[in-house]
Each structure stands twice: as C-alpha cells, then as structure tokens.
Ligand binder design. Sequence first.
Ligand code: SF4
Length: 357
Amino acid sequence: MGTLHPYSGRWWEAADEGRIRCVLCPRECLLREGQAGFCYVRQNTGGVMRLLAYGRPSALQVDPIEKKPLNHFMPGTNILSIGTPGCNLGCRFCQNHDLSKARADERRSRELSPRQAVELALAEGCHSLAFTYNEPTIWAEYAIDIAQEAHREGLKTVAVTSGYIGDAAFDEFYAHMDAANVDIKAFTPEFYRKLTLSDLGPVKWTIQRLRKETKVWFELTNLIIPTKNDSEAETRELCKWITGELGPDVPLHFTAFHPAFKMMDLPRTPVKTLSHAREIALDEGLHYVYVGNVHDSDGQTTWCPNCGKAVIRRDWHALDAYALKGGCCQYCGQQIAGYFPDDIQRDSSGWVRPLPI
Ligand code: SF4
C-alpha cells in the first residue's frame, strides 16, 4: 500500500517570511520552513501545513466504552480506540506521555486509512470508534475522515479531548462527533498555566459551546492530583460552574492520578479523596457523578436521580446489571440523560453481543 503521508493539513494561514500560522488550537504556532508545532505532528513544509500523523496511528485497541470514560453513551459496548503521537498541551502529570510526548517518527506506527479503521472496528464487533490516547484535535483531519466512513456504516464516533481547540475548527470537528469526554484538568488558571502549559479559558469555552451549540453527548473528567487540585473549594467551584452553565445532567468523572512523567514525587490519589469529591458534586446538585481508576462499585454505578435505585451497576469498567428501557429507569420511569439505544442486544448483565462480522 502506498504511503499516506505527508498529508495536507488545514486550519492555517500564510504569515510573513515564508512562515505559516496554525489556527487549529489556541496555541496558534507560527512555523518557519521545516518547523513542527508544539504538538509535533503539524509541520511547515514548503510553505504549507502538513499533518505528519495522518493515517499513521501508534495506538490501536478495543476498549469497553466505559474506559474513555463514558457511562451514558451506549454502555456495555466495545469501542475501537485510535491514537497518534503528539499533544498540544504540556501536562507535567501526563498519564500517556510515552505517546503524547513522542514525535511522529519516534513511535512505531502502522498505516491505517480511514476505511481500514472502520473495517477493523466492524471486524472487532465495535459499535463506535474513539479518537483518544493523545489529543485528537491535532489530527482533526484524520479523525474527521474516519468519522465520515464510520457514519456510513452506522458506527458512532467519540472524541476524548482536553477541549483545547480553536474557533476555526470547532464547528467542523464536532459536526462529526457523536460523543465526547472533555478532560477539565483543574479549575484554576494557575494550574493550567503552570502544570499544563495552556489556559483554562478556551477549555471552558469549548465545554460551553458543546452544551449550547451542538448535539454532541459529552461527559467531563477531572483527574484529581494530591495537593495540586484536590481542595474542597476548587471542587465545589467546578461543580457550581457545571450546574450553572451546563445543568445537572452532565456526568462528571473524578479519576485517580498515579505518579507519571514529571510528577513522580506525588502519591496516588486516595480513594477517600475521590469519594469526598463525589459527595461535594452530589451536594451541589449534579445527578451523575462517578469515580474512576479505583475499585468503588457504588461510585461507578448510575443511580436514578428520581427513585434512587441502581439503573446501571458497574465495577471498574464491567457492567453487573442493567435496568433501563427506552433510556428510562425500569423502576420509576425517570428518563436518564444519555444515549441508550434499545436495539443493542444485551445479555442479562448488560453487556452487548458483538456486531456481526
Ligand atoms: S495544533 Fe499543533 S501546530 Fe497547531 S497551534 Fe496547536 S500545537 Fe501549534
């Protein structure tokens, strides 16, 4: 098969002295001839933008959709997860740094056209594809082309993202996504500036636009790091913002940090810290709050906000019981926010049969 790269990138404009400006994300890198952006995968080649990672994923895996994490979007189904090298953030605590901090030519990759990605997802019995592991915004052209192929086959698409995307690309990128998990890493500008080398403002803007301007189903993740973003005041402020700006039905996942990359000196997040954050979020009125990366079945179960019964019981990523019909609680009829198609064939525990090959 012929090589698929370098591939013409989009969302850039010509600048002076042969330089080009990328406007795909708020970083707006100004690139001279031969220079790659902060994300490593977009490069000025002969005065035009090239996407070095197009058609060349370095990570490819079948995951339960709960691992993204998404708890309210086709629960119990498998998803084909795809990632490339590179990232447009510089998180000191990155939990995937072997991928996000690699250049496109430093990681083993395989050639995979959008059509081949979708055929692989179908062959593996997946109901959807995820653009994940690293930041999919930086390889938006490839993700969009895969999404178009996926939709032709009736598969859904998911972006797992930091939300650090520019105005120029937002509409088109999310027009091709059915669901997203946005990682809101903290709720202070200082944390974003010092520990992610980015800004909180554009992330809040992305989340607000997802809620107000799109039909994309989305959930939020907050990785809690001991001493860095684990204060009760910060968690409460985040939850107040979610209920006020987005409403109580947006699921929120508090996940545990483990020492990684440039933050090897901090301990893992204690389970009790996550449980306390969950209590704060429930106290602030959020309906669906989860803990992740730890064993806590109650904290991973979906509880009906009306009658209080368990409608999807989970342990880690596994479903133990499923009590929804038409997206409603089987006990009281309350609509549960999310996407729960009844035509997915489930066994008694809630796991689904793979799609026919
Ligand atoms: S997508 Fe990459 S090249 Fe473009 S502005 Fe962001 S970091 Fe820079």
